[in-house]
Design a protein around this ligand. Structure first.
Ligand SMILES: Cc1cc2nc3c(=O)[nH]c(=O)nc-3n(C[C@H](O)[C@H](O)[C@H](O)COP(=O)(O)OP(=O)(O)OC[C@H]3O[C@@H](n4cnc5c(N)ncnc54)[C@H](O)[C@@H]3O)c2cc1C
Length: 429
């Protein structure tokens, strides 16, 4: 599908510790579980399966973290963009629905727990996540989210306008809410650290090893790569928005939307004392999302979206630079050191989809831009599913794969949604 270019010149590619040594698969091997995709979903699945004593093989087409996992903003957010807990519980239904909401509530904790247990060097900062609201009327959204998450025991709080101003160092927002278990990581460093942990547990990770569509032979899955073959009892399809010909139907279940990421030059100590001094990760309620977090060196890592791709880097530097200067006048003129992008997989209803792709075979699609901690938690749940936990005890409601009709066309017009979001953003009261 998407452009599969290896690491763009991202901040993360420059600052993450090197990946563990990996080889290309060039022989026929056996495993308990073969995992296709070396991002958070695949690596978390592999880690938790290896912890449960399973012999795992990860096949990654390019390098660890080549997809969304190595390109994202690194915000660890234990909630989805649009659907709230009550809606998610009703959508997935009954106990399964509540279990999924609990998985999401605990997802940030799951991620930071793995980081701590394996001592992963990834700038992990569990400083909390903030969602400021961009219009007075939108405080209702924050109130609703806090009420629904509190009812389920999440560590959340409503924040008034003055407190939010102090937390952010800006008076552009009207209050909001916080999920205190959230925070930020260097995402490529996390992906590489996970791969190292998997290898440490005896798992095998192969890079530059694109998988062909898995075939069922007898009671085994057979996955070919250009120079090798894996035969396994179980399969995890962890290719998400970067799914290619390995499963065209899954690829067409989402609309890939380009998300641009940018990093400023490191801010001075003084500026850092006045702008988000608590170093929380921040994503607001604009449809044309405003988001930012610090990296370890004190750069603001932010970004945005464009309707037209022409001359993107230059236009983004102007547009997002002007936005940051408006929000934080103390910044003056903003200079960016890195600009890169990646694909976010959107489903029409903004909800993820979980699939059984055959006997002992699991996959999912539709992170909708909130997949960092979700993918980590799903990997853990996929491991439970493949080690004997009955479906009736899982947090996953499986459904058939539903490719979006005329997806290539939808993909082309989807970027016009941004014009609508901006129009609405400007009119909300
Ligand atoms: C720019 C951007 C910013 C984002 N910001 C945030 C954020 O701040 N917070 C948040 O919660 N979420 C964010 N997200 C979403 C989050 O990054 C993803 O949901 C998450 O990383 C998905 O992980 P994954 O392992 O499922 O998929 P990926 O990381 O995309 O991994 C899929 C892997 O499969 C591999 N692959 C594909 N085909 C094959 C094949 N045939 N054989 C072998 N391997 C194959 C790909 O090369 C890729 O490495 C963002 C996404 C993007 C793109």
């Amino acid at each position: 599908m998407a452009d599969r270019a290896f690491h763009p010149p991202s901040l993360w590619a420059e600052t993450a510790p090197p990946p563990p040594e990996t080889a290309t698969l060039d022989s026929e091997i056996k495993a308990d579980v073969v995992i296709i995709g070396g991002g958070f979903t695949g690596l978390s699945s592999a880690l938790h399966l290896a912890e449960a004593g399973r012999n795992v093989v990860v096949l990654e087409a390019l390098e660890i973290g080549s997809g969304a996992s190595g390109r994202n903003n690194g915000q660890v957010i234990p909630t989805l963009t649009r659907p709230d807990p009550d809606e998610l519980a009703a959508h997935f239904g009954g106990e399964t629905g509540e279990r999924f909401v609990a998985l999401l509530r605990d997802a940030a904790g799951t991620l930071f727990d793995v980081v701590r247990r394996y001592d992963i060097d990834c700038e992990a900062a569990q400083t909390g996540w903030l969602q400021p609201v961009h219009s007075p009327g939108r405080i209702k959204i924050a109130e609703r989210r806090v009420e629904q998450w509190s009812r389920r025991g999440a560590d959340v709080a409503l924040i008034g306008r003055e407190e939010m101003r102090d937390l952010l160092g800006s008076d552009r927002w009207y209050g909001g809410w916080t999920a205190r278990t959230g925070g930020s990581i260097n995402p490529l460093a996390l992906a590489r650290g996970l791969a190292k942990a998997v290898i440490g547990l005896g798992g095998r990770v192969f890079t530059q090893s694109p998988a062909s569509p898995p075939l069922r032979q007898g009671d085994r899955w057979v996955v070919d790569t250009p120079n090798g073959r894996v035969t396994a009892e179980a399969l995890v399809m962890a290719t998400n928005t970067y799914t290619d010909r390995v499963n065209p139907d899954l690829a067409r279940e989402v609309v890939p939307v380009t998300s641009w990421q940018m990093a400023t030059e490191p801010l001075s100590d003084n500026l850092r004392k006045s702008i988000v001094p608590g170093r929380q990760a921040v994503s607001d309620t604009h449809g044309d999302l405003h988001f930012f977090r610090y990296d370890a060196a004190g750069r603001l890592v932010t970004g945005g979206a464009l309707i037209l791709p022409q001359n993107a880097e230059q236009r983004l530097k102007q547009r997002i630079g002007a936005r940051l200067s408006r929000i934080f006048p103390q910044l003056g003129e903003v200079r960016f050191s890195h600009v890169w992008n990646g694909y976010v997989g959107m489903t029409p209803d903004f909800k993820p989809r979980f699939h059984k792709l055959g006997p002992n075979a699991i996959g999912w699609a539709g992170c909708n831009g909130r997949g960092v901690s979700l993918a980590m938690a799903l990997g853990k749940e996929f491991a439970r599913a493949l080690t004997g936990t009955p479906d009736s005890e899982l947090a996953l409601r499986f459904e058939p794969v539903h490719p979006i009709p005329l997806q290539p066309l939808v993909r082309r017009v989807a970027r016009l949604n941004l014009a609508l979001y901006r129009w609405r953003d400007g009119r909300e009261i």
